[in-house]
Structure formats: structure tokens, C-alpha cells
Design a protein around this ligand. Sequence first.
Ligand code: 8YV
Length: 321
Amino acid sequence: MKTPKIFITRKCPEERLKALKELGEVEMWEKEDVPCPRGLLLEKAKEADALLTMLSDQVDEELLNKAENVKVIANLAVGYDNINLQYAKEKKVIITNTPDVLTNTTADLTFALILTAARRVVEAADYVKAGKWTSWSPLLLAGADVHHKTIGIVGMGKIGQAVAKRAKGFDMNILYHNRSRDYDAENNLEAAYTSFDELLAQSDFVVCMTPLTNETKHMFNAESFRKMKSSALFINSSRGGTVVEEDLIKALETGEIAGAGLDVFEQEPISADHPLLKLPNTVALPHIGSATAETRYAMIDCCVQNILSVLTGKPPVTPLN
Ligand code: 8YV
């Protein structure tokens, strides 16, 4: 059997790749501050037997047409909106993702965004660093309570449920909206199912946890922000494409909603002069939902296991197609 070729589109720690290196020839894009150029990915796809890709790599028809020998593409994410799954199936390329291992970590970050936005943590930390803390007054940097408030979770999948579990610890009233009702969430987490509109109208924190699909694209738009309370905070740690950013900016500027905590954007990385970043009532993070060392190691290990399995003739561990 010829030595299989594996191409990895971002720098991953060498020690997590030992098993792959024992199996085949591993090549990796090493620069951490520049993404792997599309041209290079297409070139490597032509020679490779397996690819380890990131969310920012488009696994589309063009790439899949080039990937003549590729048997498996392991995507380092639970979401797969960067992948044309149907076409991959037609081309008989196995696609895998990294479910479960990042559920709690992403829910932690979502909750961090809720707390940060509500309690103005970034603003307050900047205030101290800038030497502005010269006195004290009762309403200085006063934020909004999180405990005992209403949280509305749009998308009650595994991460949505992990967020609800945390919300329960904060004695929050939990609403959710989903494609279908989730009786486990209702029974175990005391989450109440509502229509999307009702959730928008009643929630103090509207939390977007839904994957990006044709149905969820731009579901948060001018009309949705209009339906929210003026004191509400909008939190998004799933996908930026669910939001019409121009409408969000308007809602934040006019006080239609009180603030936002965002880990994801329509275009990533977001440019430094993006108007969202100029708003004082917005906290923006660089898509770090799953970014803890433990979880990123587990995600890389999951991708490695999937590639190893497929290239040694075994079924993939976490297949999507
Ligand atoms: C990605 C994510 O891991 O898993 C997802 O769907 O959004 C993140 O956890 C990250 O963007 C790297 O691709």
C-alpha cells in the first residue's frame, strides 16, 4: 500500500499528530497568523488521501472535484456550514466533525458572554486600566442582573441544553425555541417551549445557539430586534450568518436593544474598523467558543481518530454523511 498523504490546514501541536505520522506523510500549514491560502489547499487536496480542515476552509464543489484521492475530510468543528455535505456524499468522501467534546466549553463561553455583557466586565476592566477609577458612586458601571432573569435559547441542541443547565444554576426562567420540541429539556431543565416571537418578546437574554442553515440564515433581523425588550441583550456564540449585522448595529445604536455579546460574525476575522466594534454596548470575541487547550486537544484527537479509522479501512468515529 502506498503511504497515505494527509494535509492539515492549520498548525496543530505535533504531539497530537504522532499516530498520523506513523501512518502516513503529514503536511501542515504552519503559519499561525495567516490562514492556509485557498490555492494551496486546492493543490494539496489533489494529492492528499485525507484532509484536516477548519471552519474557515470552504469544502465546496471546486475542492471536492480536485480531491480525487481524498477518502476523508475531518473538520475541526461541530458545525459544518463550510461543507457541501451532499456533494461530498456524491463524491464518496467521508466528512466528520467534532461533536460532544466541545459542548460544555462552548456553553461556558456563552455564559461568560452573558455575564460580561450584563455586568459590563470589559468596560469596567478598561476603566480601571485607563486610570479612570478615581472615585466611587452608586451607579458607576452599574449593569443588569443575570440571576432570576429570563433567558431565551434559540436552538436547543446539545450546546443549547448545556447553556440552559448553567442558566438553571442562576435561577433563570428558561424559554427555548427549536425546530421541534425537546421534552428532555422541558422535563429536566424546566425549559418552556415558545414561538420565536414570544421568546423575543419575553427574554432578557436572547441567546442564539442554532446552526447556520438556509432556514436560520438572517433569522435575527430588524423585525426580530424590534420585537425584543429595549433592556434585552443579544448573545451569539453559534454563527454570525444567523444575523443581519446592519440591523443589529441599528438596534444597538438606537437603543432598540440594550447590548450584545458576540463570539461570531458574518465575516471572520472581523475587520478592526467594523462598526460593530465601535459600539460601547457590544462585547466582541474572536470566535473562541471551544478555545480551551483541553477542548482543542480533544477536537484535534477526534479528527485524528477519524482520519486513522478511515485510512485503515475502519468506519469513521463521528461521521456526518
Ligand atoms: C470551531 C465552532 O471549532 O465547532 C464549531 O462549530 O464554531 C468552533 O468550535 C472553531 O471555529 C475552529 O474551526
